[in-house]
Design a protein around this ligand. Sequence first.
Ligand SMILES: Nc1nc2c(ncn2[C@@H]2O[C@H](COP(=O)(O)OP(=O)(O)OP(=O)(O)O)[C@@H](O)[C@H]2O)c(=O)[nH]1
Length: 231
Amino acid sequence: ISFKKQSRHITAYQRDNMVIKYYDPISVTCSSLVLGLLQVMLLGDSAVGKTCVLVRFKDGAFLGGNFIATVGIDFRNKVVDVDNFKVKLQIWDTAGQERFRSVTHAYYRDAQALLLLYDITSKPSFDNIRAWLTEIHEYAQKDVVIMLLGNKSDMAAERVVKTEEGEKLAKEYGVPFMETSAKTGVNVDLAFHAIAKELKHRATQQPNEPKFQIHDYIESQKHKTGCCGLM
Ligand SMILES: Nc1nc2c(ncn2[C@@H]2O[C@H](COP(=O)(O)OP(=O)(O)OP(=O)(O)O)[C@@H](O)[C@H]2O)c(=O)[nH]1
């Protein structure tokens, strides 16, 4: 721990600047907690909706209209509240196109969490998930948090990948899964909040504290898309 005196409070930095506690010197109580920058990456084939999912989460809007592919890599920051903590997420949006792969590989090792997307209306994007997971195991940190997302759940009429297929694949790799829609917003906030919660628990967990169960949390919170694409 290192301390830094500020105008009204003392800041204590813990765990390599990850956890920052603000102590009020008058009441000598911990008034708020901030978890330093955590890196999350969005991965998956081109056009599965990575940029749209990020924009939905960051700005609460949907980028409709003409599709403009991401070139290289880009990021946005967002602070989320998790159990009295402010968790700062830096979210990296990668280009899905093959020709940018060598650029994005360089960023994998800095990510604490990866959101891996496919498009429920595109079988190839689903079939490529195994290849993405192979790349992840090659380039990412060993303990990286991975979540599988089947995006465009609003497009029920065009669906070619069943929800059960996504669930089965996720189970095989032991990763949490949900279907999202950047268009309607269904499950988008939940995906990022579940990741933030998991990372916060990992950073602050006491030895006698029970482990956070991300699968159970998601199951209790998620909205299922029914036969007609309703939330
Ligand atoms: N209906 C519907 N369309 C979506 C959804 N998400 C994205 N789209 C559309 O799908 C297209 C691709 O979305 P992007 O977010 O740009 O895809 P991307 O994965 O970032 O693509 P790259 O940058 O090439 O990797 C756009 O035309 C979006 O409007 C969704 O949830 N529902």
